[in-house]
Design a protein around this ligand. Structure first.
Ligand code: 6GU
Length: 244
């Protein structure tokens, strides 16, 4: 059982993704548990303020340190060890590799950053790492937290059931997936590649490998630098480059 604790100012943003599809099933099967915690519940005073003006002046508001610290105290107080992740655009880039690392922790705490920033003492004293999901700016860390719950949950044994094995898919071996087709074999004159209809598994596997290499070369040549390619793959690549 993998436990996610999400600290957020907007817990309602998580409801429908968690109640849909495979995440819902994973929760029902007891393979994952997602606990939502409203940071505002840990803020003091009548108005339960969670943000304030930046020291030194400047535009925008800053998320306060105390509500986050006290929310964490309340959680970690329960004893279990947890890996604490802050979601902001300044974090280390999320990747399939990092998802594989995070699934090794039995409990993840995801803190969703907000406003124009987070008091630096959250970073300095309260977290294990800071993660971003890409080079663009979102309104807050909620969608990124959901992305991490999704990417990590599907690596938890049993979550995918008998669906796509996680070993031969995009990004686990740094090549893109080959084209896929299902019935009918022809629609409006648009045909499925002949080789896939033959039942010759040697030829089908060769075709799939070549098409994965072709796609990666065309769409994501940057991935090829780290892909583990065989001698045969390299020969195919040379031929693909000549084809243009
Ligand atoms: Cl983790 N947070 C925000 N606010 N924006 C982002 C992000 C995170 N990752 C990419 N953009």
């Amino acid at each position: 059982m993998m436990i996610f604790d999400i600290l957020t100012l907007f817990p309602e943003m998580f409801q429908s993704p968690l109640d849909s599809s495979l995440l819902k099933k994973a929760r029902e099967k007891g393979l994952i548990q997602v606990n939502l915690h409203n940071i505002r519940d840990y803020a003091r005073g009548k108005h339960r303020v969670t943000d304030d003006y930046p020291y030194g002046g400047g535009a925008g508001m800053v998320m306060k340190v105390e509500p986050v610290a006290e929310a964490l105290d309340a959680l970690l107080h329960e004893g279990v060890r947890a890996h604490v992740v802050l979601l902001t655009p300044q974090g280390e880039p999320f990747s399939q590799k990092l998802a594989g690392e995070l699934v090794g922790h039995s409990r993840l705490v995801l803190i969703c950053g907000h406003y124009e920033g987070v008091d630096e003492r959250v970073r300095e004293y309260l977290i294990d790492r800071e993660v971003s999901i890409g080079d663009y700016v979102l309104m807050g860390g909620e969608l990124p937290a959901m992305v991490i719950v999704d990417a990590v949950s599907r690596l938890v044994p049993g979550v995918l059931g008998n669906m796509a094995s996680t070993s031969s898919e995009s990004h686990t071996e740094d090549l893109l997936e080959c084209p896929q087709y299902t019935r009918p074999s022809e629609y409006r004159g648009w045909k499925v590649p002949e080789v896939l209809l033959t039942g010759n598994h040697r030829n089908i596997e060769d075709w799939r490998r070549r098409e994965s290499l072709r796609r990666t070369l065309n769409k994501r040549p940057d991935l090829l630098k780290r892909a583990a390619l065989s001698e045969e793959d390299l020969k195919i690549m040379e031929a693909l480059k000549k084809e243009g």
